[in-house]
Design a protein around this ligand. Structure first.
Ligand SMILES: NC(=O)CC[C@H](NC[C@@]1(O)OC[C@@H](O)[C@@H](O)[C@@H]1O)C(=O)O
Length: 267
């Protein structure tokens, strides 16, 4: 092969584009799903002792992907603020990290249907003097930058001193070190930190109007439709319920994601 020949060979192999049939979902690499997540929101999404991503959201997404015929799913940890831009910019096919669906976020990305509705929790220490959301005035409150907790606290706790962190680990470390009086995060993650460090859940605030969804780039209708169809299949056959009971044992179970035969409310 001449040098030119090698050059042409290299160029044509990297230059191929797949046909819509081979890649109906418009993925970065057909047949694989690249997912942005965060590693410290146990038991939603977290990295285990082997450094593997796992948790409720991770296992639910992997199940939905398998139903779509995709088993090659890679999760990459990011700061929470980096997830939606990374999805919008096409660096990732999806964002999966208990990401609440909001109109503001829909300006940047599209979402699957919701799959988890729960609470925002004020996590504190036994000696902080924070016993409820009302007692946050004048206290230093940690939030992860860009979360619903960040926006909620800025609006509803104007007398608290907000301290923004890149992730939960940094915030909880600051809480344990005494440089913040409380941290504002998701209920199940707060419960996990309560168990790990003997911390206190001072307040649970419903966030049912912003259920978590899978974030994808805008306009990917085939991908969104496939995620929704297979997400609802996972709910209808009881997979969602099995995963919920595995990862959130004892927690109140929202019934809108149960098999239709088990839902008592209006359809
Ligand atoms: N991974 C994170 O830190 C996400 C924090 C935060 N999660 C909120 C939420 O989606 O968590 C799962 C459920 O409880 C939803 O009701 C809730 O809005 C957010 O979307 O901003």
């Amino acid at each position: 092969l001449t040098a030119a020949g090698l050059a042409v060979g290299a160029c044509s192999s990297s230059g191929t584009t797949s046909s819509p049939q081979e890649d109906p979902y418009g993925l970065i690499q057909p047949g694989t799903l690249r997912v942005a997540s965060i590693g410290d929101a146990k038991p939603y999404t977290f990295t285990d002792a082997q450094g593997e991503f796992t948790g409720f959201d991770v296992e639910l997404f992997r199940d939905v992907a398998r139903r779509m015929g995709i088993t090659d799913v890679t999760f990459t940890g990011q700061d929470f603020t980096a997830i939606l831009p990374g999805v919008a910019n096409g660096q990732f096919d999806a964002g999966v990290a208990a990401i609440g669906i909001t109109d503001q976020r829909r300006q940047t990305v599209d979402f699957s249907d919701g799959y988890l509705a729960g609470y925002l929790t004020v996590l504190t220490t036994p000696t902080s003097g924070v016993t409820s959301a009302a007692s946050l005035a004048g206290k230093r409150l940690g939030v992860v930058q860009g979360t619903l907790q960040d926006a909620y606290a800025a609006k509803n706790f104007p007398d608290a001193d907000l301290v923004r962190f890149p992730d939960n680990n940094a915030a909880v470390s600051a809480l344990n070190g005494g440089s913040v009086d409380a941290h504002f995060l998701d209920y199940e993650a707060a419960k996990s930190y309560v168990q790990q460090f003997g911390l206190v859940d001072a307040e649970d605030i419903p966030s049912f109007d912003a259920p978590a969804g899978f974030a994808i780039a805008k306009g990917k209708t085939a991908l969104r439709d496939a995620l929704d169809e297979n997400l609802h299949a996972a709910m209808e056959d009881g997979t969602w319920k099995r995963l919920y009971e595995k990862w959130f044992p004892g927690s109140p179970m929202p019934e809108q994601y149960l098999p239709s035969a088990e839902r008592t409310g209006t359809p």
